[in-house]
Design a protein around this ligand. Structure first.
Ligand SMILES: NC(=O)c1ccc[n+]([C@@H]2O[C@H](COP(=O)([O-])OP(=O)(O)OC[C@H]3O[C@@H](n4cnc5c(N)ncnc54)[C@H](O)[C@@H]3O)[C@@H](O)[C@H]2O)c1
Length: 327
């Protein structure tokens, strides 16, 4: 297949490109403006440096390349920034995505895989944990809203154009690096817990912070569902297969269906690194639900996705090994 991967130089996109490349048989084109991505993370395919806000250039690329499918990772994804600068998020995550969808319709590209997020659920109450795809969406920041709006654009487009099919994958907390050590998360100034813990274990940070230890959980810290990036990459492959088999548009959670507290993650990172780094307790941050865990029954049963790396030690170890390679 001829596949356009928008944002393929980024953390998750580069792992999907690697998997597609290793599998072979696909013609991959990566589009990325390298704002948060890295060219050397793209191990396969052609690279086109382009900002998706350049609608004419995007459309020209569709005209030239005659893609069969689009996998769309490109986005802005820092939650506090989205609160301060919402228009950046609606422009990049909703408007630019809508434009790519428009080019799909114009050029007859009828398969679209979209990177969505658990942030579309907002702060689900205890009765909704673990979170199902049918749980009401209620994003509490512009990042989550901008993603949910793109899901709506996809849904309405698929309703209006019979041939157009999409899969929205709602990722939970993505972490770790490729098990062969070739690529990993290089994001500058990342706020993801496992990445920050790896940086701290490597001595790149003097200490790190735990935001709140008075939540209604066993040790008082928030619980999240951490999914290894290569298992998530596999979900994209499954989604592509699923659409190729002629199935209908749908939404799937991507997570392991169980979680770990912040303190459990830090203990695991200390164990795999052998470094007893400091983590200081701070006040809660606004908008952090105490527990966010996926119900992953649907993706397993409907698409036959089976994770291989549901192992917190392995996730922390691969993240740490990658961190050691970064300057
Ligand atoms: N990392 C997570 O834990 C997580 C969780 C849920 C959802 N997601 C979603 O997954 C996707 C990928 O996230 P990531 O962690 O790999 O982030 P990332 O920042 O590493 O990747 C995003 C890529 O898109 C590129 N990009 C952004 N705007 C662009 C534009 N206008 N034109 C061209 N390229 C552009 C960036 O340069 C980068 O390479 C995002 O859509 C994000 O919302 C991530």
């Amino acid at each position: 297949m001829k596949i356009l991967v928008n944002g393929g130089a980024g953390y998750i996109g580069s792992h999907v490109v690697k998997l597609l490349g290793e599998l072979g048989g696909h013609e991959i084109t990566v589009v990325d403006n390298l704002v948060t991505g890295f060219k050397d993370a793209i191990l396969y395919g052609d690279f086109v440096k382009l900002d998706l806000s350049d609608y004419d250039a995007v459309d020209k690329l569709f005209e030239e390349k005659k893609f069969d499918a689009v996998i769309h990772f490109a986005a802005s994804l820092v939650v506090p920034e989205s609160v301060e600068d919402p228009l950046k998020y609606y422009m990049n995550n909703t408007a630019n995505t809508t434009n790519v969808i428009r080019s799909c319709i114009k050029h007859g590209v009828n398969k679209f895989i979209f990177s969505s997020t658990a942030a579309t659920y907002g702060e689900p109450s205890a009765e909704f944990i673990p979170v199902k795809e049918s749980t009401p969406t209620n994003p509490i920041n512009p990042y989550g809203s901008s993603k949910l709006m793109s899901e709506t654009v996809l849904k309405d487009t698929a309703f209006a154009f019979d041939d157009f099919k999409y899969i929205a994958l709602r990722y939970f907390n993505v972490a770790g690096a490729s098990v062969d050590g070739k690529i990993g998360q290089s994001t500058k100034g990342a706020t993801h817990l496992i990445k920050v813990a790896a940086e701290t274990a490597c001595g790149k940070r003097e200490k790190m912070y735990v935001f709140g230890d008075d939540y209604d959980t066993e040790d008082g810290t928030c619980i999240r569902d951490y999914i290894h990036v290569e298992d998530l990459a596999l979900a994209h492959l499954k989604a592509l297969e699923y659409l190729n088999e002629g199935n209908d548009s749908d939404i799937f959670n991507c997570g392991y269906g169980h979680g770990f507290s912040v303190l459990e993650v830090l203990e695991t990172m200390r164990k795999v690194s052998g470094v007893d780094f400091t983590a200081e307790i701070k006040e809660r941050r606004a908008g952090d639900p105490s527990i966010l865990i996926s119900d992953n029954t649907k993706i397993k049963e409907v698409m036959g996705w089976e994770p291989k790396y549901d192992d917190l030690e392995l996730i922390c170890k691969t993240a740490l090994d990658w961190e050691k390679k970064l300057p």
